[in-house]
Write a protein of this length. Sequence first.
Length: 240
Amino acid sequence: MDLSIVIPAYEESRKIAGDVKAAADFLVAHNLEGEIIVVDDGSRDNTTGTAENVKVPSDVKIEVIRYESHRGKGYAVRKGIEQTKGTYVMFADSGLCVPYDDILRGLELLKSDSCDIAHGSRKMQGCRIERPQSLYRRICSKLFHWFVIHDMKIPPELTDTQCGFKIYKGDVARHLYGQCITDGFMFDIEIIMRAQKEGYRIREFPISWTCDRDSRLSPTRSSRRVLSELKNIKRTIHSP
């Protein structure tokens, strides 16, 4: 199988059909043998039923995973990736903020062995921002980026650690996420730190991006949990 696409979703019944259809159309248009795995992170709406009822071409495999309790985005991505079979594996946030055709840029980096992990970035030269974040979120993002570089020792050349559009060599993804312990939004930081520790190469590629104002992460309400997760990641990764 060429590509596994994991879509974590929490109460996304209004968006998930469009996500699944766009992912399936991408696979068919580029003659890729692929699978789509939707992970419903304990939604109270009809995310699961909506995803299951999307009509996709018969040669595209689709699986919907659901569990009762809301665990967090990191847990959802982890549960999806452990079920993947693709030579390449990615996850994409619900809402189509990034067009699926942008996958091709990341796949080219992986196929040419330029890296083991390819991150979409909203903050590097060549990006096209259709609808930007609010000024408040942009300020919070800059502060967060400064913090993870200086306190978590994330390489400064990684401009956008939190972009929800990342592609991996399949075995690398399954290995790293098999070790991951972070259930919340900071799982990206843990995966980067584990990848660094094991010598995996990470490169970014520019994307087209449209801000989805219906974000599940609030810089104000989520700050305490974010700091707690980062502290736990740092302690875990740097322990003997």
